[in-house]
Design a protein around this ligand. Sequence first.
Ligand code: F6P
Length: 336
Amino acid sequence: MATGKRIGVLTGGGDCPGLNAAIRAVTKNAIQLGYEVIGFLDGLEGLMNGEHAILDTIKTSGIIDRGGTILGSSGVPPSEVENRSAEVFYNFEDLSLEAIVVIGGNTTMSIAGMLSKKGLPIVGIPKTIDNDVKETDYTIGFQTAVQIATDALDRLRSTAESHNRVMILEVMGRDTGWIATYAGMANGADAILIPEIPVDIEKLCEMLKERSERGKRFSVVVVAEGTKLEGKIIAEYGKPGGVGRFLEGIIKEKAGLESRTTLLGHVQRGGTPVAYDRNLATAFGVKAVELINAKKYGEMTALKGNRFTSVPLQEVADGIKTVDLNVYRMAEVFFG
Ligand code: F6P
């Protein structure tokens, strides 16, 4: 039903499970409130190029459980969007939009904050498996990634046990160790290494050696990709990655223990979202449209405790949310 009211939606940055559930929720709630909905293709690229598709209830049916994003996504540097903001405003007017919903992580939220400051009616929805967006307890995709990493750790533990080995799992987390902490805690890992806490290699190797001498035939270690070892981030192709293999060498050398590394990589970002992420995405999608309907722009949907609420984009724009060290300390009780 075309009523003249129109909103746009896009997914920006790296994908994660639950994006389609959010697109579905935005679209279906908006249509119920009398809006027409368009989806920008390939994230902020689509917003700058004007490339879009009409979203309706048919296109957004049956996608709540589908991984990836039906709209496509891209990583665009904030400076590029800033330089091309005239094109963004042109497309906004040209497509007769009332507001835009951007579903993204930290970079996308700071771009949204910048566009909001320039006067674009915009609302954000936080997503990233890294769970490092400020002012919300959880982001879409995080719980699914934790489940995938936990399943991997469980499997690694059983093979570790058979061979008297140290099994290392490297998980995503460029700047923060949310996935490592929550998956490690769920698995009962023997050590969790995260960017927030400097690694004491000697202590770690001592603990692994002592465990083996005590007759514990194996150890499981989870490490976030952005964790510094010997004062540096291990990077492959200019991005954090490879810290697990590096650690493997150190453990062999200092503790004399055989170890193997698994780099979980993009498996964490793909596939079916767990129920938690579908519900979070659905609630955030509904909330984002409510904000637009109330003309409350410049906000990001957020979860605080059990409450779905919103926070000003300007409060989210800079910085990241690091791991709650109280939770880390609880996981640490079971180390060694
Ligand atoms: O931001 C999520 C994230 O999964 C990071 O943890 C990881 O470093 C990065 O994306 C990988 O991004 P790309 O797909 O560009 O390699």
